[in-house]
Design a protein around this ligand. Structure first.
Ligand SMILES: *Cc1c(COP(=O)(O)O)cnc(C)c1O
Length: 398
């Protein structure tokens, strides 16, 4: 018996994360999707191979082209983001580069919000410049300026929201509005928010990309990426992925699938913990500024409330006394682990000027509104009071 959970209205999100895309009980009635850890697939006879070549979706040739474990992730993610089709790839950067290189060719242009994830910035600024693809950057707080860069060469609008590290919010509806006037596709990096908190496709975007390494996997034990959107372009993106080679291993896809099933309860807890921690930090006398879209004094709180269902687990705050104080706090934390990355069950802390923004000049730091006293937190799913206590003790050392 095959049950289909295709309709996004039939079940609520916490139900869909568990059951969507999992309707095949193959083989042997297996309740969880097995790891099809195989590079290649046998055909009973040549007629079966011809079925594959004619597009039979239940036939497989070679894992870089497709694999049942990967397909389950793709179907689940398409449903969770409310898109027609999904593509799972080897990393978040593979997701960004695959969709961008599917939509944009040499001699054409991209308009992107900035600040943006460091890897994406390097891809756009340096690797794409070598391919003669020009990227114009706009500040998400002045998103109307995207209009100034639109030309017949513009083939992609790219935006990331909320941003790293200081949680700026880009107005997706406004960005989409500018792009749609010229029928330019919009890609949103939804890594920080997750589909639990933000649904870019419902706000008019055409594609969503994720570093599934973060919240989707959720356990800091895999590297993966996902793209969701219109089937026609996702099919083309699969061709791009096939030739550039950024396919994921079946074991990685299985771990991602396992992580996804608890996405709803994890993000609920991440949201809850971050709200408590942001509120604590915002009242602490040794803390100069707190960046969290859920705080009423966040400069874009009203916008965040409009386009997000929850405010996520990421917080950035600035300790009074600069890098010396920030270092003292970091080295005094016991529960928060000094590590980069985000979105796992364990709480992490990092100093942006020593990680994502290491080596940036004074001017570049000012432009990004990143200061040496800043600490970025990825609030995990531990007890909120324990996490607050950890921060209180560490701040007492300053
Ligand atoms: C981590 C991250 C990426 C890159 O993902 P990888 O899985 O590390 O390749 C892209 N965008 C955002 C917002 C990220 O946080």
């Amino acid at each position: 018996m095959k049950k289909k959970y295709k309709s996004k209205d039939a079940y609520a999100f916490p139900t869909l994360v568990v059951c969507a895309g999992e309707e095949d009980r193959f083989p042997y009635g297996a309740v969880t999707k097995p790891i099809f850890q195989t590079s290649t697939f046998a055909f009973e006879n040549t007629a079966e191979l011809i079925k594959f070549q004619k597009g039979d979706p239940d036939k497989y040739l070679y894992t870089r082209y497709g694999n049942p474990t990967l397909k389950t992730v793709e179907e689940k993610m398409a449903i969770l983001e409310g898109g027609e089709a999904g593509l799972v790839v080897s990393s978040g950067m593979a997701a960004v580069s695959t969709i961008a290189l599917t939509l944009v060719s040499s001699g054409e242009e991209i308009i992107s919000t900035e600040p943006i994830y460091g890897g994406t910035y390097h891809l756009f600024k340096h690797a794409f410049s070598n391919l003669n693809i020009k990227v114009h950057f706009v500040n998400p707080e002045e998103i109307d300026k995207a209009k100034d860069w639109v030309s017949p060469k513009t083939k992609l609008f790219f935006c990331e929201t909320p941003t790293n590290p200081n949680l700026k919010v880009a107005d997706i509806v406004k960005f989409v509005g500018i792009a749609k006037k010229k029928k330019i596709p919009v890609v949103v990096d939804n890594t920080f928010a997750t589909p639990y908190n933000q649904k870019p496709l419902a706000l008019g975007a055409d594609f969503v990309v994720h570093s599934a390494t973060k919240y989707l996997g959720g356990h800091s034990d895999l590297v993966a990426g996902v793209i969701v959107g219109k089937k026609k372009i996702i099919d083309q993106a699969r061709e791009t992925m096939k030739v550039f080679g950024g396919c994921i291993d079946p074991l990685g896809a299985f771990l991602l699938l396992r992580g996804l099933k608890t996405l709803a309860i994890r993000v609920e807890r991440h949201n809850h913990n971050a709200e408590k921690i942001a509120s604590f930090l915002s009242k602490h006398k040794k803390v100069k500024r707190v960046f969290y879209p859920g705080l009423p004094n966040h400069s874009q709180h009203a916008l965040a409330k409009r386009q997000m269902q929850g405010f996520g687990g990421m917080i950035c705050f600035e300790v009074r006394g600069g890098l010396k104080s920030a270092t003292k706090v970091m080295d005094s934390l016991k529960l928060f682990i000094n590590a980069t990355s985000l979105g796992g069950v364990e709480s992490l802390a990092s100093i942006p000027v020593l990680t994502s923004h290491y080596g940036f000049g004074q001017q570049e730091l000012e432009k990004a509104d990143v200061t040496p006293g800043m600490i970025r937190l990825s609030c995990g799913i531990e007890d909120a009071d324990d996490l607050v206590e950890d921060l209180r003790r560490a701040l007492d050392k300053v």
